[in-house]
Design a protein around this ligand. Structure first.
Ligand code: IMP
Length: 429
């Protein structure tokens, strides 16, 4: 067996949760390595919908080990709400099933206030979960880690020096400041509740890897939201690409064997920033309503458009994709024609087939589309690839050809069972 990373190949919301949930049947351990409660992974099992923000989606499989790595920023309240919900459903009854890294950074109320204040000044369209300000504190070496909220004296020392600065920032942005004492009490109380789950995640994971157990690394957000490789500054504040799985989990990159990129059968984005194939017409409207394209975390309507092969080729490059999983194909049923962007016409008159790294060019890029015939047959009941309508297969195979990566799984509905897996990603070739 091997270890597999799953990443979003677009702007997030590709349906990673569902694919992770499915692939977990072959995995022993599932790891989150970046991001925080800005992610929203929706899973539907037996008609019951669960939205997870922090705990790896693998938790819905009893007995699988779940790890929240050092690279994640943890909102302690959101984490405990999620744990409570899972426990009320009879899951996570053994606390040792979940290990939260003691080195993960903690999102505190002042991070959220700074996030909210900044959005009023220059809207990136963040989720408002305090993600950026928490990662800023981490890089500035003034962050509060999970280990700190387990120790009253350490926490007081660190917060005493940090809260004053944070409050100055909040007040300059027109927000309400945080009081030190209630903040300390709040954090310590949540620290106590988190304690049974906290541990040395890197060590736990390295033991699992040494035992040859199959590990699934669950990326959050998407490639185009990566802080280095995304559409900066309209990005999240972590590296969402596969290379960060090793860093954010505390293992070496040689422990990773394959990388699967999740793509919707079309494109969506929440928040601001360029989206070359965005549709402002009835087609975009239809994708949004049929695909229920509203944010799992914020409820915001998602911007929708046709699939963009340049985006996927770029994702294949920066993640080293070994396979694709295509979700929500059923949403495309009934369209007479289906379009795929295969090149961009740039404002300087040039036509390019590679995703431009210059944001100014990207902002004004005009997609050049290829048209494929649609299909009318409803999807959902097919369990074998060959049972799919001919034009659905033709669409999938054209995407594979344009991206240069095989689609190892395709999903035809929201339920766990409504996925056709063509290749087990955990098997070495
Ligand atoms: P932040 O991560 O809350 O700072 O938001 C930065 C950008 O990333 C915004 O455009 C958000 O809409 C986007 N974003 C963050 N998390 C997700 C996600 O899980 N899915 C899709 N977009 C996200």
């Amino acid at each position: 067996m091997s270890n597999v990373v799953i990443v979003g190949a677009q702007w997030g919301d590709e349906g990673k949760g569902k694919v992770v949930d499915l692939f977990t049947s072959w995995a022993d351990v599932v790891v989150r390595y970046q991001g925080g409660a800005n992610a929203g992974h929706t899973l539907v099992v037996g008609g019951v919908k669960t939205v997870l923000h922090l705990v790896p989606s693998g938790v819905l499989h009893p007995g699988k080990k779940c790890i929240i790595g050092n690279g994640v920023v943890v909102d302690p309240e959101a984490l405990m709400d999620e744990i409570d919900l899972l426990r009320s459903r009879g899951l996570l009854s053994d606390p040792s099933q979940l290990v939260v890294s003691e080195n993960a950074h903690v999102i505190l109320p002042y991070h959220k206030r700074i996030d909210a204040g900044r959005e009023k000044q220059k809207a990136i369209g963040t989720t408002g979960r305090g993600i950026g300000p928490c990662y800023e504190d981490k890089v500035a070496r003034r962050g509060i880690r999970i280990r700190d909220v387990l120790k009253a004296s350490a926490l007081r020392d660190k917060l005493e020096s940090r809260v004053g600065e944070a409050n100055a920032q909040i007040q300059a942005l027109g927000g309400d400041k945080c009081e030190l004492q209630p903040l300390i009490e709040w954090a310590l109380k949540l620290g106590e509740r988190m304690r049974p789950y906290v541990g040395d995640a890197s060590e736990v994971l390295s033991h699992e890897v040494a035992k040859g157990r199959a590990v699934l690394f669950e990326g959050a957000q998407g490639t185009l939201l990566d802080i280095d490789h995304g559409t900066y500054p309209y990005v999240t504040s972590s590296n969402t690409v596969a290379g960060n799985a090793a860093v954010g989990a505390g293992i070496g990159p040689t422990a990773i064997h394959s990388v699967i990129g999740i793509t919707k059968a079309y494109t969506t984005r929440v928040g601001n920033g360029p989206l070359p194939t965005e549709l402002h017409d009835s087609v975009g409207e239809r994708l949004r309503s049929v695909g229920a394209e509203f944010g799992a975390t914020t409820g915001r309507p998602r911007r929708c458009g046709w699939l963009d092969a340049l985006v996927l080729r770029y994702a294949a490059r920066v993640n080293g994709l070994s396979g694709l999983a295509m979700t929500k194909l059923d949403v495309l049923t009934g369209f007479e024609k289906i379009l795929i962007a295969i090149a961009y016409k740039l404002p300087n008159g040039k036509t390019v087939s590679e995703f431009p790294s210059d944001p100014e060019l990207l902002e004004r890029a005009q997609p050049i589309y290829e048209e494929l015939p649609g299909w009318k047959e409803p999807l959902g009941d097919q369990r074998e690839y060959e049972e799919l309508p001919e034009n659905t297969r033709r669409y999938i195979e054209r995407v594979e050809q344009l991206v240069g990566v095989d689609a190892i799984a395709v999903s035809v509905g929201a339920e766990r069972a409504e996925t056709i897996v063509r290749k087990n990603p955990f098997r070495h070739p």
